[in-house]
Design a protein around this ligand. Structure first.
Ligand code: HEM
Length: 278
């Protein structure tokens, strides 16, 4: 048998035996980020537009764990939440050259109620990673906060897509960013990860996936609510006229105004405006 066929056969045998599992891409969930962003260490239901959970299996030297990453961006900022299964440090690294080398790292931990978030850069394949400021760069994590629950640490932060610092990777809306991540059970950031580590892809949104309300001016919002009120006034008038005269024309007009009200209400709901009563 030709060597290439032997290799193919061996490959197929390994795959079917379950020794090598084809890696499934993590599921990325998407929604409109209608909630207000706050760096309070609590990931709100609609605070971020994208979310994925990355798993790192237990293996020699690693207890196994997961990192949930939630993010959203506008044209200027990246908003990020890291929720790791650890009481120690957690980190994300953007666009390593290979392994950890040249990754733009954010490393964080929470002690008591104090969150520490470091803007770092990794110099070699397996470190060292050093704060940008120590390399002559700048600290560009403009806002951050964190919280800790049993076995979980949550960090929320904000940075510019393009910080202008050469030790930060520059991003643009719509970009697919390759990431690495790691968790340690110790807050001592000189100690290597020992819970889990892994890699992934974080794709930024092209358009701002926040509430469409942001796209409406106050005048437009008031106008939309006024249209609904106006249709309601017409419907109520025709309802009264129909009740008094029992003429089918008023019944038809009443139905037509109700349909206009429903259409206006659908837009009001879509833009998350305070729904009118009635
Ligand atoms: C605290 C200092 C750190 C040290 C000393 C360190 C050291 C190492 C070493 C020796 C490896 C080789 C694999 C192993 O021995 O398990 C490795 C792999 C890795 N590290 Fe780190 N690391 C550190 C921090 C980080 C951070 C902060 C991240 C994430 C941002 C990270 C992400 C990774 C990843 C993804 C790999 C696997 C690379 C690959 O095999 O493709 N490490 N690290």
């Amino acid at each position: 048998m030709k060597p290439i066929l032997v290799a193919l056969l061996l490959g197929l045998l390994l795959l079917s035996s379950g020794c090598i599992q084809p890696k499934e891409a993590p599921v990325v969930t998407e929604k409109a980020a209608t909630g207000e962003w706050k760096a309070d260490g609590v990931v709100g239901e609609s605070e971020y537009s994208r979310n994925m959970v990355l798993q790192g299996p237990a293996r020699q030297g690693y207890s196994g764990g997961e990192m949930e990453i939630s993010w959203k961006n506008d044209q200027e900022y990246l908003y990020l939440a890291l929720n790791g299964s650890t009481d120690g440090w957690l980190a994300i690294g953007f666009e390593p050259l290979e392994w950890m080398k040249n990754a733009d790292i954010i490393l964080a931990f929470v002690q008591g109620s104090k969150a520490t978030v470091l803007d770092e850069y990794c110099m070699g394949n397996y470190g060292p990673h050093i704060e940008d400021t120590m390399l002559g760069g700048t600290n560009d994590i403009t806002e951050f906060g964190g919280s800790k629950g049993p076995g979980r640490t949550v960090i929320e932060l904000k940075r510019k897509l393009d910080t202008g610092d050469k030790f930060d990777k520059s991003f643009s809306p719509g970009q697919a960013i390759s990431i690495i991540w790691a968790l340690s059970n110790s807050p001592d950031n000189s100690l290597k990860h020992n819970v889990a580590f892994g890699e992934g892809i974080m794709t930024l949104t092209k358009e701002t996936m926040t509430s469409p309300v942001a796209a409406l001016t106050v005048r437009e919002m008031q106008g939309m609510l006024f249209i609904w009120e106006e249709e309601k006034a017409a419907r109520d008038l025709y309802t009264t006229l129909y009740e008094k005269n029992n003429l089918s024309i008023f019944m038809n007009l009443m139905r037509s105004e109700q349909s206009h009200m429903d259409q206006a209400k659908a837009i009001i709901d879509k833009y998350g405006l305070s729904p009118p009563q009635g």
